[in-house]
Design a protein around this ligand. Structure first.
Ligand SMILES: Cc1cc2nc3c(=O)[nH]c(=O)nc-3n(C[C@H](O)[C@H](O)[C@H](O)COP(=O)(O)OP(=O)(O)OC[C@H]3O[C@@H](n4cnc5c(N)ncnc54)[C@H](O)[C@@H]3O)c2cc1C
Length: 485
């Protein structure tokens, strides 16, 4: 069925879902023909366009969204270019007078969206942004003196004292198609999947992108594993977390859906309550980072604590490369970096350990780690990535003090006590007894020989001595502290 109303363009971005998608719901309720569109943006000056692992995910997500939208009656239109020009051309071509979208994060994306708004408004096309990505709009959770929160716990308390986030909307049952088919580019031609070489085998094995997979994964997690979350969330050797992060990053599920599903699960089964609270608190960290980014748009590049602009960082290409490749000689660091490379994801505890190692043991700027994560994570999220890197560096909001330097040996022994995580991602150490698995350089020659490990050949010796590196980091921090006093 078609109507003589002007069509509505629904511009999809990081909101690749049908349910609880306010822009799509508003278009569907209007009754006008709906033209869903996704634009592949190109901007040589924007470092925050999707990295390689995100592009892999995006392909899978768009493929599934395209099928779901076609079933509802309006196929997804793919176009490439500057969004202001693409949307203006589409409005002209189809007679659309409205663009509905959901807000996205990040200074470069927001600046582009502002240009889109100005350009389309000048042509008589209205642009309405909605909130799909957050529990609450940034700016609505503030201190009593009406300033943004810089510390998580009071932010979280304030969030909990708000009325419950709105209930998620159901997916529309159908969409009115445009009178005339709108041409689309082909997803295959976008070349989002790696080919030569095809490095995505580990990603395919580990992940299934898309709204349906997101829903199923959440249901499985809330069906039981969430009960053990408060302890299991710190154990990289267990599958104890939800793995919702890439689904959230692409908006295949929204935080309000997770919030209400989790509350509902805990209401039904009281034994899940403590785990559910701890899980929602982590979703609170995501919210905190996103609200912070809106207030402090420079955090992806610039330390929030200005003293860190003077920090005596080192240029260490070999060290950076050893870190990226998982060849630092510290097994828990190497396991984490290899998990990232193979699966596009790394356990949160290990993200903190590898981050601390890069920043404090190697004195390499946190922005280098942030950029590597941006390219290799399937859950790369500008607010969470920047907020967490600054947190680990000790220069962000609610940051760990700089003098807290993670000890990679003790962290390994505490959170991977049997060394199963290390053995999984650093198989050359597989046969080393637990006692030495996190410090192979201390193992007696006989233990190494029996495990078939030749240090410096099969597995590297440590590229820095942690104790010496720690002292060097603390001395460097004292320098900027003194200068700032
Ligand atoms: C250096 C560093 C970089 C990071 N970069 C990113 C990133 O680019 N994208 C990203 O989504 N997360 C990032 N994180 C946060 C965290 O590691 C991941 O969100 C988490 O590991 C995802 O796994 P999960 O979905 O199983 O988490 P769960 O433990 O199941 O948590 C549920 C959800 O809560 C949110 N969450 C959990 N921990 C954090 C946290 N520390 N900060 C903010 N939100 C959190 C995520 O949305 C997550 O999906 C980073 C952490 C560090 C230390």
């Amino acid at each position: 069925m078609t109507t003589d109303q002007s069509p509505i363009l629904v511009w999809f971005r990081n909101d690749l879902r049908l349910a609880d998608n306010p822009a799509l719901s508003a278009a569907a309720e209007d009754g006008a023909p709906v033209i869903p569109v996704y634009i592949r943006e190109k901007d040589a000056h924007d470092p925050w366009l999707p990295g390689a692992a995100s592009r892999w995910w995006l392909h899978g997500s768009l493929e599934r969204l395209g099928k779901a939208l076609a079933k509802l009656g309006s196929p997804l239109v793919l176009r490439s270019g500057d969004p202001a020009a693409v949307l203006a051309a589409l409005a002209e071509e189809t007679g659309a007078d409205t663009v509905l979208c959901n807000r996205r994060a990040g200074p470069t994306a927001i600046a582009r969206d502002r240009r889109v708004g100005e350009r389309l408004t000048a042509r008589g096309v209205t642009v309405h942004p909605h909130n799909a990505a957050l529990l609450f709009e940034p700016g609505t959770i503030r201190t009593k003196s009406d300033t943004p929160f810089r510390v998580f716990t009071p932010f979280w308390k304030a969030l909990l004292s708000m009325p419950e986030p709105p209930r998620p909307a159901r997916a529309p049952g159908k969409l009115t198609p445009p009178a005339k088919r709108v041409s689309s580019e082909s997803l295959k031609d976008w070349g989002l999947l790696p080919t030569a070489p095809d490095w995505a085998g580990g990603l395919r094995e580990r992940w299934e992108p898309g709204e349906e997979a997101a829903r199923e994964r959440l249901a499985d997690f809330l069906d039981g594993p969430v009960a053990a979350y408060p302890v299991a969330r710190d154990r990289p050797d267990h599958d104890g977390t939800s793995a919702m992060s890439p689904h959230l990053a692409f908006g295949e599920i929204g935080p309000r859906q997770i919030w209400h599903a989790t509350r509902h699960a805990a209401d039904q089964r009281h034994e899940l309550a403590a785990g559910a609270e701890a899980f929602l608190r982590e979703l609170g960290w995501r919210e905190f980072n996103h609200h912070l980014l809106r207030e402090e748009p420079a955090i992806p590049d610039t330390p929030l604590d200005a003293r860190f602009a003077r920090f005596p960082w080192r240029t260490d290409k070999a060290g950076l490369r050893a870190w990226q490749r998982g060849r630092t000689g510290y097994p828990i660091v190497d396991a984490g970096m290899r998990q990232l490379w193979q699966t596009g994801w790394m356990h949160n505890r290990v993200r903190m350990i590898v981050g601390s190692f890069l920043i404090k043991d190697l004195l390499i700027p946190w922005q280098e780690g942030e950029a590597w994560f941006w390219d290799t994570l399937v859950d790369a999220d500008i607010a969470n990535n920047a907020g967490n890197w600054q947190w680990v560096a000790g220069c962000g909001a609610d940051a760990a003090p700089f003098f807290r330097v993670f000890n990679p040996i003790l962290q390994g022994e505490k959170f991977d006590p049997e060394g199963n995580y290390v053995r999984r991602y650093v198989p050359e150490l597989e046969k080393l007894p637990n006692r030495w698995i996190h410090k192979p350089w201390e193992a007696p020659d006989e233990a190494l020989r029996q495990a078939g490990v030749k240090l410096g050949k099969d597995y590297p010796r440590p590229i820095v001595d942690h104790g010496t590196a720690r002292d060097r980091a603390l001395a460097a921090f004292q320098e900027i502290k003194k200068a700032g006093d």
